[in-house]
Design a binder for this molecule. Structure first.
Ligand SMILES: NC(=O)C1=CN([C@@H]2O[C@H](COP(=O)(O)OP(=O)(O)OC[C@H]3O[C@@H](n4cnc5c(N)ncnc54)[C@H](O)[C@@H]3O)[C@@H](O)[C@H]2O)C=CC1
Ligand SMILES: O=C(O)C(=O)COP(=O)(O)O
Length: 465
C-alpha cells in the first residue's frame, strides 16, 4: 500500500469519514500533515493535542539518554543508533520519521531531505548546524534546532588543557614514557603565564576561553567579524593579521562557512610568530592541514592540537588515518608536539546530558505545540498553550512562502471560527502562522484542513486539537 493511501485511510477511519483514498493530497509535504490529523482524537484535558504514540523519532550518533527519556515520556516511538548512518540507509529511515536527532557527523543534504516525507523537525544535539541544509529544510517546512551553548565550557576547558600540553610538550613526553624512554628536558618548554592567546571567533566558546585563559595569567586578544564586548582585560584586534603577528597561541572558534574555509593556510602561518602554536577545535575545514604540516616541518609552528578534520568517520574504529583518505595523514602523525583528538571537544557527561535535555525539549515543544522559539532556520513563533477548556479549540500551524496576500487568504478561511489568538513571523522566504481558533465543530476539521492545504504558497499545514 502506498503511503498516501495508508494515510488517507487512517484519516478517514479516525475522522469517521468516507470517500476516495485520493481525497487527501499525495504530495510529501501534505502527506505528513495528513498523518497528524489522522492520528488526532478530540482531546480531553489530560491528553496531548494528538496521539503522541504515532510520532516516530530517529536518533543517531549516540544522542544522550536524557533525550531518549524525554521522548519516551511523551510516548513517542524512538529508534536509536550509536553511530551515524550511511546515505542509503538514512534515506530509507528518514522516509517515515517525524523527527530526527543528529550530532555533527550526519549530513542532512537536500538529496536526503527530499525523501523525508513526514519530517517536521530536525534536532542537532550539538552547536554546529553546518551539517544540515538549513535553507532547503526551511523551504520544505522543516524546523531545525540546536544547542547553542551547552558544550561551550567543555570545549573551552579542553583548549586550556591543550595550551599547557603544547607549551610543555606533554604529549611527546607521555608517548616516550609509554615506550620506556626517560627524556627530561626543559628546552622550548614554557609556562603559559604572560603569553598571548589569540582567539579567532569570540562567540560562546571563544569568550569563555578568554576568561579561563586570563585567570591563568595569559594576555588575550581576539579577532571576530563582529564587534564584540571584551571580557576582562582582553582586547579585540582589527585584523586577522594583527592577531597572527602578536599571538603565541592561536585558537579557532568560528563556524564552518564559506568564509572560514582554510582561514589558516600558508600565508597565515607565515604571518605568525616563530614558534607559535595552533589549536583547532572548531571545524576541520577551517585549517589547511597540508599547509600546517609544512609550517611545522619548517619549524615555524612549534606545535598543534587538532580536534576536528575535513572528513570524519561515521563511527568509532581503527584505520582513520589511511593515506587514501588524507594525503597529509602520515606526515601529520609523524610530527612532534602534535595532539590529535577524535572530535571530543563537546564530549563530556555534563555537556551531553544538558544538550539532550535542551534539544529534546525544543523538539517536543515544536511537535506538541508548534513553538519554534530558538529555531536556527525558521521564523520564531509561539503562543501560550492551547486552551483545552475552550470548547472545540484547534491550533492551526501554517507554514507558507513569504509572499504578499497569504494571510488574507488564510484568515478568510479561519474567519468562519472565532480566532482566539494569532501570531505570525517570517524569515527569508518562509513564513509561519500560528492561530488558536474556537467554535470548530469536529466535522469541520477535515474541510478546514483541506481548505488550508489548497491555498497557494502553502508549504505545510498542521492542525493540533
Ligand atoms: N570540537 C567540538 O567538539 C566542538 C566544536 N564546535 C565548533 O565551534 C564553533 C564555534 O562555537 P561557538 O563559539 O558556540 O559559536 P558562536 O556562534 O557563539 O561564535 C562564533 C563566532 O565566530 C565569529 N565568526 C564567524 N565567522 C568568522 C570569521 N570569518 N572570522 C572571525 N570570526 C568569525 C562569529 O561572529 C561569532 O562571534 C561551532 O560553530 C562549532 O563548529 C562547537 C562545539 C563543540
Ligand atoms: O557541538 C558541536 O558543534 C560539535 O562539534 C560537537 O559535535 P558532536 O556532538 O561531538 O558530534
Amino acid at each position: 500500500m502506498s503511503v498516501p493511501q495508508q494515510i488517507s485511510e487512517t484519516f478517514q477511519k479516525a475522522m469517521n469519514l468516507s470517500g476516495s483514498p485520493n481525497a487527501v493530497s499525495t504530495s510529501p509535504t501534505q502527506s505528513y500533515m495528513s498523518q497528524y490529523v489522522s492520528a488526532t482524537q478530540k482531546p480531553t484535558k489530560a491528553l496531548k493535542p494528538f496521539s503522541t504514540g504515532d510520532i516516530k523519532i530517529l536518533l543517531l550518533e549516540n544522542v544522550n539518554q536524557t533525550a531518549i527519556s524525554i521522548f519516551q515520556n511523551q510516548g513517542y516511538q524512538v529508534e536509536f543508533y550509536k553511530s551515524s548512518l550511511g546515505e542509503e540507509e538514512l534515506i530509507e529511515k528518514i522516509k517515515e520519521v517525524h523527527a530526527i536527532g543528529i550530532r555533527s557527523k550526519t549530513k542532512l543534504t537536500e538529496k536526503i531531505l527530499q525523501h523525508a516525507r513526514n519530517l517536521v523537525v530536525i534536532g542537532c544535539f550539538c552547536i554546529g548546524t553546518n551539517q544540515v541544509d538549513l535553507e532547503y529544510a526551511a523551504k520544505s517546512g522543516i524546523s531545525v534546532f540546536n544547542s547553542p551553548f551547552s558544550n561551550s565550557r567543555s570545549v573551552a576547558e579542553l583548549v586550556i588543557a591543550e595550551i599547557i600540553t603544547l607549551a610543555r610538550q606533554l604529549g611527546d613526553r607521555s608517548i616516550e614514557m609509554h615506550t620506556g624512554t626517560w627524556n627530561k628536558v626543559s628546552a622550548k618548554c614554557w609556562e603559559i603565564r604572560g603569553k598571548t592567546l589569540g582567539i579567532i571567533g569570540y562567540g560562546h566558546i571563544g569568550s569563555q576561553l578568554s576568561v579561563l585563559a586570563e585567570a591563568m595569567g595569559m594576555n588575550v586578544i581576539y579577532y571576530d567579524v563582529q564587534m564584540i564586548m571584551a571580557l576582562g582585560n582582553s582586547k579585540q584586534v582589527d585584523t586577522l593579521d594583527d592577531l597572527l603577528q602578536r599571538a603565541d597561541f592561536v585558537t579557532l572558534h568560528v563556524p564552518e562557512t564559506s568564509d572560514t574555509k582554510n582561514l589558516l593556510s600558508s600565508p597565515q602561518f607565515a604571518a605568525m610568530k616563530d614558534g607559535a602554536y595552533v589549536i583547532n577545535a572548531s571545524r576541520g575545514t577551517v585549517v589547511d592541514i597540508a599547509a600546517l604540516v609544512q609550517a611545522m616541518k619548517s619549524g615555524k609552528i612549534a606545535g598543534a592540537a587538532l580536534d576536528v578534520y575535513p572528513q570524519e568517520p561515521a563511527k568509532n574504529g581503527e584505520g582513520y588515518f589511511s593515506n587514501e583518505l588524507n594525503d597529509w595523514a602520515s606526515e601529520l602523525c609523524s610530527l612532534r608536539n602534535v595532539i590529535l583528538s577524535p572530535h571530543i571537544g563537546g564530549s563530556t557527561e555534563e555537556a551531553q546530558s544538558a544538550i539532550g535535555v535542551e534539544v529534546a525539549t525544543s523538539l517536543t515543544k515544536y511537535i506538541n505545540e508548534g513553538n519554534s522559539t530558538a529555531a536556527v532556520n525558521f521564523p520564531e513563533v509561539q503562543l501560550r498553550a492551547l486552551d483545552l477548556d475552550q470548547q472545540n479549540s484547534v491550533r492551526v500551524l501554517y507554514i507558507h512562502q513569504n509572499v504578499p496576500g497569504v494571510l488574507k487568504t488564510v484568515n478568510n478561511i479561519l474567519s468562519n471560527h472565532n480566532i482566539e489568538k494569532q501570531f505570525s513571523d517570517s524569515r527569508d522566504d518562509v513564513a509561519y502562522l500560528m492561530a488558536d481558533i474556537s467554535d470548530v465543530d469536529i466535522t469541520d476539521i477535515k474541510s478546514l484542513y483541506e481548505q488550508l492545504e489548497q491555498t497557494p504558497y502553502k508549504i505545510a499545514t498542521r492542525l493540533l486539537y
